[in-house]
Design a protein around this ligand. Structure first.
Ligand SMILES: Cc1cc2nc3c(=O)[nH]c(=O)nc-3n(C[C@H](O)[C@H](O)[C@H](O)COP(=O)(O)O)c2cc1C
Length: 182
């Protein structure tokens, strides 16, 4: 797939098959993250790749207890009978974190996440940005994050739900052209 086609056709995927992606595909996605641009090329980010079902279940139980009711309802509606899962039951969940002491940590992590989404799409996987572990929730989930290997000083800037898509995504929201000025 050519780069422009990849950018134009990528979608957020919110329904996954339980099948684990092949190691080679997973490595491609993680490598794409490492090759993202970062402020002064400091690469302060960390990528914790989680496939452990028990950890994911415990994480979701805790997240369910701290997210607001509207977010819970929207998630349950999307997950159907499968029940609450902030990562939509994806078999792979990648936590992207960095030390907030660096001014560009959040920007760097966002670049890495987008690289992952595009690489995933290029190799036939689906992905979605998952925000429920970030900001104030990060503190509340610190023990779980430490257990998974997220460095103590780090803040979670975003996570990537990853796996094989199980359903076609809903129609795309129209892109506004009034955001461009020449
Ligand atoms: C900073 C950021 C946070 C997001 N957080 C979530 C999230 O927590 N859960 C979710 O399902 N989608 C999340 N998304 C995905 C957006 O909803 C999605 O990108 C948007 O609806 C456009 O759809 P598309 O990605 O298919 O083009 C997030 C996207 C961004 C950039």
């Amino acid at each position: 797939m050519d780069a422009i086609e990849c950018i134009m056709t990528r979608r957020s995927v919110r329904s996954f098959k339980p099948d684990m992606p092949e190691k080679e595909k997973l490595n491609t996605v993680i490598e794409a993250a490492r090759y993202a641009p970062s402020g002064m090329s400091r690469q302060t980010w960390h990528f914790v790749v989680i496939t452990n079902k028990d950890w994911l279940a415990r994480m979701n139980e805790r997240v369910y207890g701290i997210v607001n009711p509207a977010s819970k309802d929207a998630n349950l509606e999307r997950n159907g009978a499968k029940g609450y899962s902030c990562n939509y039951h994806s078999p792979v969940f990648i936590v992207v974190s960095a030390d907030p002491a660096y001014g560009t940590s959040g920007d760097d992590c966002a670049c890495a996440l987008e690289n992952m989404f595009l690489a995933a799409h290029a190799v036939g996987l689906g992905s979605c940005w998952i925000n429920q572990l970030g900001k104030e929730n990060c503190e509340k989930l610190r023990d779980l994050l430490t257990e998974a290997g997220v460095p103590e000083k780090d803040m979670v800037y975003g996570c990537c739900a990853l796996g094989y898509p199980d359903a076609a995504p809903s129609p795309r929201k129209e892109r506004s052209d009034s955001v461009i000025y020449y």
